[in-house]
Design a protein around this ligand. Sequence first.
Ligand code: ADP
Length: 548
Amino acid sequence: MLGQMMQQPLLVSSLLVHAERHHGEREIVSRRVEGDLHRTTYRELAARSRRLANALTKLGVQRSERVATLAWNGYRHMELYFAVSGMGAVLHTLNPRLHPEQLLYIAEHAEDQALFFDLTFLPLVAAVAGRLQKVRHWVALCARAHLPADAAKIPGLLCYEDLIDAHHDRFDWPEFDENSASSLCYTSGTTGNPKGVLYSHRSTLLHTYAAALPDALNCSATDSILPVVPMFHVNAWGLPYVGCMTGAKLVFPGPALDGKSLYELFESEQVTLSAGVPTVWQGLLAYVQGNGLKFSSMRRTVIGGSACPPAMLRAFGEGLGVHVLHAWGMTETSPLGTTCAFKAAHAGLDKDGRYALMAKQGRAIFGVDMKVVDDAGQELPFGSEQQGELLVRGPWVIESYFKDVGGSPLRSDAAGRGWFPTGDVATIDADGYMHITDRSKDVIKSGGEWIGSIDLENIAMAHPAVAMAACIGVPHPKWDERPLLVVVKKPGAEVTRDELLASFGGKIAKWWLPDDVVFVDAIPLGATGKMQKNKLREQFRDYQLPSA
Ligand code: ADP
């Protein structure tokens, strides 16, 4: 028997319609490439998105065609989110930090038909424009008055505000199958070519409901949310959609991601919640601590994308009264998979116990199921101390990559259900809290046993003189691989190899102790702010360990 409820497809446009109708006055504040602070509302956002949808229609953009962006977090980028997906085309957010050759590959593979870009990226666009034959329209995200003279290098360049001005704000968002594609994001492809992850309207809406839940990002109409995580990185973890769903104020930092600029924006816009990868918080923490500042409104921040070092959890929690919610996800999982929110049973934990738990990646949010399997593919029960590969499934987890690149990534279980292998190595405790020890490609294998590089990095990061630490496996004649710790010191701070190694005392099994420490000026970061350990491994491939 069928249920007898309305058949209303879950569409991205419905979020915008809701926000306009029920939270029309709520503000969206953006620091712009033009240098100023721009203020608008959800009502205005909705009207301009409809103008943009008319403009895109006039430009000939068809259903399912890809419209690309090279843009910071800001209101214009948000308009593109809703106009492009809302009219049934596919928003393709390009990561401007990628190498131009990779960008070319991705834009060509996606067959982008139009490309909208912030002026910051004009040189990048000028460098690739001649080689992207499929792109029919190049649009600079600014008013004509701000267009620099050398913009003329891009033939037929359009100006975003001209497009908006030239079209009226009446547009009926079409209804279509909720399984239609809404947006596209490529994985950074640390190995091999990047692969496209094509989200649907349905997956996006379901993810948005889940993301807003109290034990997930916990967003409400009273929040002021500043996504530091870029809108080109897995849809800023869904926060633009969550903003519309909840009516939270949104504060966009634009290109100004340094500690001082962020802190000023947190304060002036009374931000209550933020989100980003650990590396961006380092700059903010250094600025806030260095100047003896406090946050007057910020209460929570979500940290994920790579493991949040326990020292950072405490710096926020004890030093600044900001609760960190550690979260795990991937481009392939939209991205939210787990969040480390407490359960009632944790009320009695002492402070150290709470921080130890918070360092885990957390428990599955409803909609995502997860399990850890051994080398033979057998599930390891919750609470077993064994680590294995993490597999996930759910309605916002990928089934296949765009254009089926690489074939099906899924693995079937005995019941024939498909699971997505994450490439992460993890344990799950008796309460269902997942803890990542490594990415499978970063695992250090010494004498046939795994050494968890993340644990070692976390201990190093707890040393007051350490700004950043990466632990990699270096070839060893007897043990195959041994850990080498690569460290960036904080400016002006001093620590020796032996002092640093002494700080590991009693915290790990003796054979986990790194064989050596090298101090470097910088650790290479990828396009999403993660340490590129593959580059470090390359750099230190011939490193002579003292024990070798
Ligand atoms: P890429 O790093 O390839 O660009 P993603 O941004 O999708 O791709 O990254 C997903 C990966 O990031 C996960 O598989 C995991 O290895 C890592 N990751 C994400 N969140 C966390 C976290 N909280 N702790 C540890 N690793 C994390």
